[in-house]
Design a binder for this molecule. Structure first.
Ligand code: C2E
Ligand code: CA
Ligand code: CA
Length: 743
């Protein structure tokens, strides 16, 4: 902080008048004899005391004196006659000055025309009488020295009191200011406190250098961060918009010279104790400041600079905590607090929207992180126009953006339309699809975190739906999601505690009625004897990755069962196990099968892997390669739920599967309607053309079995022959039937 200095003096000389020399010392003469008034003013005419002329006020009795004193301010000395109408009128006035009017700075000089009459010392002390003279003693010279002493004492007292009050105000102002957390709010507080400190009406401005961000790179350096009074309209504008050339010059001069300056109409304080942040405070003062005021300002400015430094530091920390450095948008944390703020008020038609850049990780992997980052920046840029005073945009995940605001302000149609144009990133033109979900704040949990979680549930559903439509959140989604989560926890412990079991369902050769294999189907028994169906927990296990653990356990269990059957003399039984998408794509599948079968010394041919047609159709090259590896291992492969997808003949040929399993739905529909068995028949013919065996699942009636046999279907599985069953009754049944059923 610098107050004063060469520059300031040079500048002040150009612009200021004589300032303080204009002010006078005000002297009140209280006397009932007009002569005394005249004599006094005559004796002191033209006198300059401590650089200032004198100004006289006159009262002719005690009441007049008190009225005048309560009306006028800044009276330095009272020359007070002791004896007026009453013997001690003067003393009454003195008492009233101190005790009723509470004027403690004013100096009282008692005068009496009666030599020999002197008030007691106690009176002088108690009423704060500063001097006591007989009128005859007050010659011109004596009057001057008496007044000079009194005025000097008044001046010192006033300075002391002013600075005490000022310091108190500074302490108070600083603690109020230090609660402010943004430079803008701090600056406006500083202006208010500064004006109050100097007893001025609110006014003035603070300008600061804007921190350089890419968006603001080309804008003017000095911005008006805060302004009060009639300058408020300038907030956020460049300093040059201020249409007072002298003031602009003065501020620029202070900033350039890094020093404060005082004019007789205004002052400019330079603040520089901040990390890479300087500021200048301009305050109109109308008149030159007293020395006391300047000294106070010096203290205050030192405090201000520290405050600004703290606030700037806070801002930096805040930016790190709340701003996404890549897009400069608010981050997830800030979005959550914004939601919290909105949810604290009564909720109206506000909406949260979440946008997920579809397939971002593929783009990132294929084109590199640099392009990925640029794409996210472009997406942010394209969303920026939809920010409104009521609408907040944030980056809430790696490739997820969030918006919140009242529905009418969101312009959803235009927003989705804006993604139809491709994004130009480096030399690429990328078409980006967004997966979107929205929720009415009235429907979500009433906290920021809860609300975001709810919309995320809807977003995940939108991802699964894959239809590009905006998914609207409903509270039922949350309930379902919570149930799924509970179920997942239970499943995890069920797997760990070996509570799952495997049922087996026989597969029959339709020509001979021979039992040729079984399908292993997992079961999750409940304490009440019921089962949670695999259709409910398998997809969950799959989403959570638990399916790998489940599959490992299942294969182990199946192998132990194969050993048990071999020991019972049933050594030729093939077991089909279901392998889901995640399991099939898992790196360890081949090793798991190979290792487990080796460990149990079982022929690999006893295991068949069932993958659904939909799995078989994703990433054809990978699937073909994997099936080839399975077959090299000796394991056979069946395509489950066949007929639901649209495998081409050529692809099916390349795939190299051992068995096609006609989906249950086509068996159920067989024999109904006009051209009843077309799909089943087509699958059977297709399989035979390619040399692939065909098995029908869900065979429930003898008619279905007869029809399938007549169509040349190789094998069948269904309630007609046997329901899925635990191994021990099944083993009995096998032994009883001699592995042969009637067909
Ligand atoms: P899927 O592989 O298509 O299994 C055949 C389903 O049809 C089984 O249901 C079976 O009980 C049922 N089923 C058998 N015969 C008939 C019949 O005549 N009529 C009718 N209406 N249904 C019949 P389940 O056991 O409930 O299994 C459902 C699905 O769960 C399976 O469909 C399979 O995709 C999956 N799954 C079961 N166990 C496992 C497993 O260990 N691993 C994996 N990844 N998935 C499994
Ligand atoms: Ca199956
Ligand atoms: Ca099936």
């Amino acid at each position: 902080m610098s107050l004063g200095g060469q520059d300031e003096l040079a500048f002040a000389a150009e612009h200021s008048g004589t300032g303080q020399a204009q002010r006078c010392w005000r002297i009140l003469i209280v006397d009932d004899e007009p002569d005394v008034h005249q004599a006094t003013t005559f004796a002191l005419k033209g006198e300059i005391i401590l650089d200032r002329p004198l100004e006289f006020l006159h009262a002719y009795n005690g009441d007049e004196a008190l009225q005048l004193l309560s009306r006028e301010s800044d009276i330095a000395v009272v020359l007070l006659d002791v004896v007026m109408q009453g013997d001690e009128d003067g003393l009454t006035v003195a008492r009233a000055i101190r005790q009723q009017l509470n004027l403690n700075e004013i100096r009282i000089v008692l005068r009496t025309g009666h030599p020999g009459y002197a008030p007691e010392y106690r009176v002088i002390r108690d009423f704060g009488i500063n001097d006591y003279k007989t009128k005859s003693e007050l010659t011109q010279i004596r009057l001057q020295t008496t007044l000079t002493t009194a005025i000097r004492s008044y001046q010192q007292l006033k300075a002391m009191n002013t600075s005490r009050r000022g310091l108190e105000m500074i302490v108070e102002a600083s603690s109020t200011l230090f609660e402010r957390r943004s430079p803008e709010s701090f600056a406006s507080g500083a202006l208010i406190q500064l004006a109050a400190l100097l007893g001025l009406p609110p006014g003035g401005l603070i300008c600061m250098r804007q921190p350089a961000t890419p968006a603001r790179r080309h804008k003017c350096e000095w911005m008006i961060a805060s302004a009060a009074g009639d300058m408020q309209r300038l907030i956020g504008k460049p300093l040059t918009e201020l249409d007072d050339a002298i003031v602009v010059n003065a501020i620029e001069h202070a900033l350039r010279s890094r020093s404060s300056l005082y004019d007789d109409r205004f002052l400019v304080l330079y603040l520089n104790r901040m990390r890479d942040q300087e500021a200048a405070v301009y305050l109109p003062t109308q008149q030159a400041l007293s020395d006391e005021d300047r000294q106070l300002l010096e203290v205050f400015c030192a405090n201000l600079a520290i405050g600004f430094e703290n606030v700037a530091l806070f801002r930096q920390l805040q930016e790190l905590a709340y701003i996404d450095p890549l897009t400069h948008l608010p981050n997830r944390t800030q979005f959550v607090s914004q939601l919290d703020r909105i949810l604290k008020q009564p909720v109206g038609n506000e909406l949260v929207l979440m946008l997920d850049v579809a397939h971002f990780s593929q783009i990132n992997d294929a084109l590199g992180h640099l392009i990925g980052d640029q794409l996210l920046q472009s997406v942010a840029q394209r969303l920026r126009p939809f920010i409104a005073p009521t609408v907040t945009l944030a980056r809430v995940g790696v490739d997820v953006f969030g918006l919140v605001g009242p529905l009418p302000d969101m312009q959803l149609g235009a927003l989705f339309e804006s993604f139809e144009r491709p994004f130009a990133v480096a030399s690429h033109r990328l078409r980006v699809q967004v997966v979107s979900a929205a929720a009415h704040l009235a429907d979500t949990e009433p906290t920021g975190i809860g609300c975001l979680k709810d919309v995320t549930i809807a977003l995940n559903q939108a991802k699964r739906a894959e239809d590009g439509k905006l998914m609207w959140y409903s509270p039922a989604m949350s309930r379902a999601s919570r149930q799924r989560l509970d179920l997942l926890h239970d499943l995890e412990s069920a797997i760990r505690q070996r509570q799952l079991t495997v049922y087996y369902q026989p597969q029959i050769e339709l020509d001979s009625g021979a039992i040729v294999g079984v399908e292993a189907l997992v079961r999750w028994p409940q304490p009440d004897g019921s089962f949670i169906p695999p259709d409910r927990f398998i997809p969950l296990a799959e989403q959570s990755g638990l399916i790998i653990e489940l599959g490992t356990w299942l294969l182990d269990t199946v192998c132990q069962q194969l050993i048990a059957w071999r020991d019972a003399g049933l050594s030729e039984l093939r077991v089909a196990i279901n392998v889901s998408m995640v399991q099939f794509n898992h790196e360890g599948l081949i090793d798991l099968l190979g290792d487990t079968l080796e460990r149990y010394h079982l022929p690999h041919e006893l295991i068949e892997v069932e993958i659904t047609e939909s799995v078989a159709m994703t990433r054809p090259e990978d699937v073909i390669a994997k099936i080839a590896r399975l077959k090299a291992l000796g394991v056979s492969v069946a395509i489950d739920d066949f007929g639901t997808g649209f495998s081409s003949l050529a692809y099916l040929q390349k795939l190299g599967a051992d068995r096609l399993k006609i989906d249950r739905a086509f068996i159920r529909d067989m024999g109904l309607g006009e051209n009843p068995y077309s799909i089943a028949e087509m699958v059977i013919n297709l399989g035979h053309k390619l040399g692939i065996k065909v098995i029908a699942e869900g065979v429930e009636s003898p008619a279905q079995a007869t029809l399938l046999r007549s169509l040349g279907c190789d094998e069948a599985q269904g309630y007609l022959f046997a329901k899925p069953s635990p191994p021990s009754p099944l083993t009995h049944w096998f032994l009883e039937t001699g592995m042969q059923v009637a067909v």
